[in-house]
Design a protein around this ligand. Structure first.
Ligand SMILES: [Zn+2]
Length: 191
């Protein structure tokens, strides 16, 4: 039996988060890439879309986390933990309370926080003090001379898919006109 069929059977042909039966597909929880019964779940397009792009979060949709944090599948607990993290960042106080209530064994907790900043990690912040993550997009808020060239990166220039300097929280890297440059965090704004 294919993984998709097995997963659909496990989920009774419904989204394993919100029970919707529409537009179902497999979602594999990072950092895992290969579809498997342990690391993959069946989700509807609403849940999956918002997990993949948390800037589209509809806060009320995620009230479903009240139930899903108690789910028997570790993969669902991991998704729940991460979505609560994203909701916390939007200022949803209930999300913090719910996250505090969660119980996960140690391997699952490690999985859930994989990719999230750990204590002791450097936190890179933009000019407004907003935390930056790998893959974020920013704009320059000031004209910047590019080291080793005559180019000036203009204020307002978008820089997509940034990387963070692991040794210095005031530096990020990103591409401007095809060239990777180091940019000081106080000269950028997250978009
Ligand atoms: Zn759903």
């Amino acid at each position: 039996m294919s993984i998709l069929r097995e997963l659909k059977k496990r989920s009774s042909h419904s989204c394993e988060l919100c029970s919707s039966e529409e537009d179902l597909s497999i979602y594999t929880v990072s950092p895992y890439k290969e579809e498997s019964m342990d690391h993959s779940v069946i989700l509807c397009s609403t849940c999956k879309g918002q997990i993949e792009d948390t800037s589209t979060l509809e806060v009320n949709h995620w009230r479903l986390l009240n139930d899903s944090i108690w789910h028997e599948l570790d993969a669902i607990k991991v998704i729940s933990f991460r979505m609560l993290q994203a909701l916390k960042e939007t200022g949803a106080g209930w999300a913090e309370d719910l996250q505090d209530m969660m119980y996960m064994d140690e391997p699952t907790a490690d999985w859930a926080s994989d990719g999230l900043p750990k204590e002791g990690d450097l936190v890179h912040k933009d000019s407004n003090g907003v935390a930056l993550s790998v893959g974020d997009s920013v704009v320059l808020i000031k004209d910047l001379p590019v080291k080793g060239s005559s180019m000036i990166a203009k204020r307002g220039t978008p820089v997509r898919n940034i990387r963070l300097d692991p040794d210095n929280e005031t530096y990020i890297e990103g591409k401007v006109e095809g060239q990777t440059i180091v940019i000081i965090t106080e000269y950028v704004k997250k978009t």
